[in-house]
Ligand binder design. Structure first.
Ligand code: SF4
Ligand code: SF4
Length: 360
């Protein structure tokens, strides 16, 4: 008999073991669902059963005492289950219609907004930022919170032209999935890592460091038993710093934030698209990043008032044209919008040195 993943100690346990009873009973029998109000879906099964999905926002970091409160609500209204989604929201599956509003009231008391469905601003996806990562140029959860606070009404209602996905990543490794979001906020380093020869010579494997660089910017420096970095080739990704603590990349003076627009994953209408650079640099200004919030708000409000129904951010920009996007939003087009990186290749992923992929 084939072993399950958890018996193999390999991967997550079988999700079917954790389904609420109503979902187990109706597995494979659902016939349709509908959005009955912002943040609430109704699902109907061929057995006649119905369940309601309530979607709430969630903070990036949650105290264990808050998790216990959430678990109490799941026990009370959701057959003992809840789901933290990969899109940073919480989904509550409620079998009884009468419990939907009771749950929503209790979630509101905990400060969790309800929404992020349909033509709304969906939960802001973000990476760990300053708290847990070593390469950020900015703090993704801090920016996400500041943007959320300013745009929260767009999360709670669903009258935007289309869905709006916003994501924040602390650096261009993009753990916040920013490359395919309508608006992407991306921390940027603007200087290569600083090489500390003593640390590199004592603590790091130089061949591994050289192999880690996606742009071949690292060369050996045999005299110092260290390395040197070609500043013209470095794209400030910080991957070498993941390999060796002797090349820190954080730079309080030069690190900052860029804004990208027009990405999407879905195949609808125009197909998937990557984001494009809209603002190359804004200052890091914690704790509320007012410059970043102002630009994001300006882009959202311009798109919301100008786009046709169902037109995603990138589709709107494609229809009106890139110059018109800058005219309408009042953002400045600069020389930094022109990609003149001379060491660029057709697709960085064809390189043999990207994340263990083999060159074909
Ligand atoms: S995107 Fe960058 S800063 Fe954020 S978690 Fe990933 S590597 Fe760290
Ligand atoms: S790994 Fe990244 S940060 Fe390090 S030298 Fe290469 S391009 Fe620059």
């Amino acid at each position: 008999m084939a072993l399950t993943m958890d018996e193999l100690d390999f991967g997550p346990p079988d999700y079917k073991e954790m389904l609420p009873e109503t979902l187990k009973r109706n597995y494979g029998k659902w016939i349709y669902h509908e959005l009955i109000k912002p943040g609430v879906f109704k699902h109907v099964s061929s057995t006649g059963d119905e369940v309601y999905t309530v979607r709430s926002g969630q903070p990036k970091f949650i105290a264990s005492s808050t998790v216990l409160k959430l678990c109490d609500l799941a026990d009370k209204y959701c057959e003992g289950s809840l789901r933290f989604t990969s899109k940073h929201s919480i989904e509550w599956i409620v079998p009884k219609k009468d419990d939907v509003d009771k749950l929503i009231e209790e979630l509101k008391k905990l400060g969790l907004p309800i929404g992020g469905t349909g033509n709304a601003m969906h939960s802001i996806v973000q990476c760990t930022g300053w708290v847990h990562c070593h390469t950020p140029a900015t703090d993704a959860p801090g920016i996400a919170k500041a943007v959320y606070d300013e745009l929260i009404s767009y999360f709670q209602r669903d009258d935007l032209p289309a869905r709006l996905n916003i994501a924040v990543s602390g650096c261009l490794n993009m753990c916040g999935a920013i490359h395919c979001s309508d608006i992407a906020v991306l921390g940027v380093h603007r200087r290569p890592p600083k090489v500390n020869d003593e640390v590199v010579s004592k603590a790091c494997e130089i061949p591994t460091m050289i192999a880690s660089c996606p742009t071949y910017a690292i060369k050996p420096n045999p005299k110092a038993k260290s390395i040197r970095i070609d500043a013209n080739k470095c794209m400030y990704c910080g991957i070498c710093y993941s390999i060796c603590p002797g090349v820190p990349i954080a730079d309080a003076k030069n690190d900052g934030v860029s804004i990208w627009v027009g990405g999407k994953v879905s195949n609808t209408r125009s197909g998937p698209a990557f984001s494009r650079l809209a603002v190359p640099y804004l200052p890091n200004n914690p704790p509320r990043w007012p410059e970043v919030v102002e630009v994001v708000k300006k882009i959202v409000e311009t798109w919301a008032s100008e786009a046709k129904p169902h037109e995603r951010m990138g589709e709107w920009i494609s229809r009106i044209g890139w110059p018109a996007f800058f005219d309408k939003t009042g953002l400045e087009f600069t020389d930094k919008h022109i990609d003149d990186y001379i060491f660029s290749i057709r697709d960085m992923r064809v390189g043999a040195r990207i994340r263990g992929r083999e060159m074909k």
